[in-house]
Write a protein that binds this ligand. Structure first.
Ligand code: GLN
Length: 494
């Protein structure tokens, strides 16, 4: 029998169908094994044993009756705590929502369960998904299972760490400027940013609505494909969700990649991008393997890439300042009483939000204010168009674009927390895909200083299938990726 940390979407379903395991048994094993490892990693904020057991019982009943099993039958997954779960508290990593329990499921959660997945619990993250290290969680940081003194990345740090450590087979994260791909890179797992509109955001607590996405983290491109297939597609509850048909992502993985043209942006390799030499070497080695497999590697230019970070931090903060206005002590979560309404608002927001969230609200309010709106917000919208235009032009001559996912491997806890600009620069290779709305994937491509490095592949709108296929073939060229030192691999099964 396989070990918990090596389970895949396919192996769980097969073992369940063949009666080798029961979903209930599997859930109990995970619930028993998680605390020992997660006591050190801190990826889960809330466990959902009752919901997990109820779903497991449904799947066992299907299996016992010999009925066809749904594609993710019995697969233990977990969900970033900015995604709503009915009856399970959804904190967004914030004091403001510490006791908030949604009355409904996010569409992505509902679809995952409909596909047979079992939700084990909710995953730690930066407060309201604002951050690149998970140190902005009000409930304490997540630690990187490759080195507990290092950050797992953010804001989906709990999702990346849990999947890397085997504490879930896959997870749902959210990506507004890199929050799926950057932690995936830091923790040595696959993270996929779908095209804007590919996956419904109904039930995703809004940070920056024109940039927010839900997407999967998993230990392989194949598992990411299986999760994406389950959650993608039009949702009448999200007007921004697209009607485009959902391809069979898993089936298309084995189609050939020879002849695909992969562009490498000159700007990413330039000195100003701050690319670590060891990360660059792993990236070049990955490109060489893809080239050997028949891909054509060509240099391209994304001339507006150097402006992407500044543009993102204007638009994202502007939208955040508006979206977070609702946490006023009246409608949601925390309320700190006071003699006047104004004072109640002030005290509630003072106590409810951490420093980074306050910084974003202040910045966003500033760039939207009369007199600065044109200088910052409108200008950022124009630059956003130019960034998207760079990609449109590039995809006329290439099938995908490759960069390292991050300029450096995982940094130490505390290393950048006092310097927000340094923290923001982590997103240098990830934010522009969110600005343009195109899909991207990060796949582990070796190690720098003993820490995982991510290869990022970006594609044109709705070309997730091609990205997954490239990542899948690349994984074969690369070979199996090892387990981190802290993982369920330590725990004997039984
Ligand atoms: N690190 C970026 C930020 O702090 C991206 C966050 C995200 O994608 N949610 O805004």
């Amino acid at each position: 029998m396989t070990d918990l940390h090596t389970l895949t979407t396919a192996t769980v379903r097969t073992q369940l169908a063949e009666g080798q395991i029961s979903a209930r048994g599997l859930v109990e094993e995970f619930l028993r094994a998680i605390p020992a490892v997660d006591g050190r990693v801190h990826s889960y904020l809330t466990m959902a044993p009752e919901r997990a057991r109820a779903q497991a019982a449904r799947l066992d009943a299907l299996a016992e009756r010999g009925e066809p099993l749904p594609p993710l039958a019995g697969v233990p997954v977990a969900v970033k705590d900015v995604i709503s779960t009915r009856g399970i508290r959804t904190t967004c990593g914030s004091r403001a929502l510490e006791r908030y329990t949604p009355l409904f499921d996010a569409t992505a959660v509902e679809r995952l369960e409909a596909a047979g997945a079992i939700i084990l619990g909710k995953l730690n993250c930066d407060e309201f998904a604002m951050g690149s290290s998970n140190e902005n969680s009000a409930f304490g940081p997540v630690r990187n299972p490759w080195d507990l003194e290092r950050v797992p990345g953010g804001s989906s740090g709990g999702a990346a760490a849990a999947v890397a450590a085997g504490l879930a087979v896959a997870a749902l994260g959210s990506d507004t400027g890199g929050s799926i791909r950057q932690p995936a890179a830091f923790c040595g797992v696959v993270g996929l940013l779908p095209t804007y509109g590919r996956v419904s955001r109904f039930g995703l607590v809004a940070f920056a609505s024109s940039l927010d996405h839900i997407g999967p983290l998993a230990r392989s491109a194949k598992d990411a494909a299986a999760v994406l297939a389950a959650i993608a597609g039009r949702d009448p509850l999200d007007a921004t969700s697209a009607d485009a048909p959902v391809p069979d992502y898993v089936r298309q993985l084995d189609e050939p990649i020879a002849g695909l043209r992969i562009g490498v942006p000159r700007e990413a390799m330039a000195a100003g991008a701050g690319l670590d030499a060891a990360v660059a070497a792993q990236f070049q080695a990955a490109l060489a393997q893809l080239e050997h497999a028949g891909c054509k590697i060509v240099e391209i230019s994304l001339p507006h890439a150097p402006y992407a970070i500044a543009t993102y931090y204007v638009i994202a903060t502007a939208e955040a300042s508006s979206n977070l206005a609702r946490y006023d002590g009246v409608r949601y979560g925390l309320r700190v009483e006071a003699d006047s309404l104004g004072e109640m608002y002030r005290r509630t927001r003072e106590a409810g939000f951490g420093a980074e969230v306050k910084r974003r609200i202040l910045l966003g309010t500033f760039v939207l204010s009369a007199g600065y709106y044109d200088a910052y917000y409108r200008k950022a919208q124009r630059v956003r168009n130019l960034v998207a235009g760079d990609y449109r032009a590039a995809f006329e001559s290439v099938d995908a674009i490759a960069t390292p996912t991050t300029p450096t491997p995982a940094f130490r806890l505390g290393e950048k927390i006092a310097d927000p600009l340094q923290m923001y620069l982590n997103d240098i290779f990830t934010v522009s895909a969110d600005l343009a709305g195109i899909p991207g994937i990060s796949v582990p491509c070796g190690f720098a200083s003993g820490l995982p490095v991510g290869l990022q592949l970006l594609g044109n709108y709705f070309e997730e299938a091609r990205l997954l296929r490239l990542a899948h073939h690349y994984e074969r060229l690369r070979g199996a990726f090892p387990d981190p030192p802290v993982s369920l691999a330590e725990a004997p099964r039984g």
